[in-house]
Design a protein around this ligand. Structure first.
Ligand SMILES: Cc1cc2nc3c(=O)[nH]c(=O)nc-3n(C[C@H](O)[C@H](O)[C@H](O)COP(=O)(O)OP(=O)(O)OC[C@H]3O[C@@H](n4cnc5c(N)ncnc54)[C@H](O)[C@@H]3O)c2cc1C
Length: 246
């Protein structure tokens, strides 16, 4: 008999890290760059810009790290479902290798940030797996493992995983990470405001949303431009789902 599957509609990451509230601003803001959205994309972008010495305002319509970033499978990995075989076929091995390098660099950079900024985000080195339960598709996994290996990742095809149910096979990539995304992002938000900045609130979408902002002071000599809060809610870009199964 097939194992019973439970679905859970709560997020462990949301339940185990505190919420945030940044006060709204009471006037127009000036900044070099306005970063819209306090998810992982916005916070990492804002941090890099702050670190480069720019005057950054981060606008979040709801709460920091409470969008998609608060509901992920918490993998930091260069393995994204089944992508390397397709990249190799379509764009050639050099470009597939470039993609792998960029992804692994991003993984290592996030881990290095935890270290550098002294962020305790439950970061653990772990293997990443993309598995399939359908035995008719194991060739796809073998092809993916081969392409990922040629692209430079420490990848292999395996039939055994640590999952609590049987799988037909999996692509396993060593040297990846798992972490607590919200612990990482809430701490990063603090570091952003702490990097010589002030935190304040902002109005991004009058009448429909309250926007919070973390504003960081510019380095001496940097030029600022006025940021006018938009009355239109901007739709976030589509998300990349990078979790198993493949
Ligand atoms: C089930 C699931 C599991 C996943 N697992 C993984 C994984 O293990 N590893 C991985 O790397 N990726 C994973 N992903 C993908 C990853 O979670 C997303 O790509 C990533 O979190 C998206 O981050 P983001 O910052 O773009 O979006 P979000 O985290 O959604 O942040 C966008 C923010 O913008 C704000 N916003 C929107 N409009 C405005 C506005 N007008 N003004 C101000 N603020 C605004 C929103 O309130 C929100 O907080 C997963 C995705 C899903 C759905």
């Amino acid at each position: 008999m097939a194992a019973e599957r439970r679905t859970v509609d709560e997020s462990y990451w949301m339940a185990t890290a505190p919420g945030t509230r940044y006060p709204p601003p009471d006037s127009d803001l000036t900044a070099d760059v306005a970063v819209i959205g306090g998810g992982i994309a916005g916070l990492c972008t804002a941090w890099e810009l702050v670190r480069a010495g720019l005057d950054v305002v981060l606008l979040e319509a709801d709460r920091i790290a409470a969008g998609v970033s608060g509901y992920t499978t918490a993998k930091l990995t260069a393995l994204h479902g089944l992508v390397y075989a397709r990249l190799e076929t379509r764009y050639g091995p050099d470009n597939a290798a470039l993609y792998a390098l960029s992804q692994q660099d991003a993984v290592e950079r996030t881990a290095a940030l935890c270290d550098e900024l002294d962020i305790d985000a439950d970061l653990e080195r772990a293997a990443a797996c993309t598995y399939l339960e359908d035995p008719r598709r194991t060739e796809e996994l073998r092809a993916e493992a081969g392409a990922a290996r040629r692209a430079g990742l420490d990848a292999s095809f395996v039939t055994g995983t640590e999952l609590p149910f049987p799988v037909a096979g999996a692509v396993r990539v060593e040297g990846q990470f798992q972490f607590h995304p919200r612990k990482f992002l809430l701490a990063l938000a603090e570091r952003i405001t702490g990097a010589g900045g002030r935190s304040m609130s902002a109005r991004a979408s009058p009448g429909s949303t309250t926007v919070c902002a973390a504003v960081c002071r510019p380095r001496a000599g940097s030029r600022s431009r006025r940021v006018t809060p938009s009355s239109r809610r901007i739709t976030p870009s589509s998300t990349t789902r990078c979790c198993s199964p493949g």
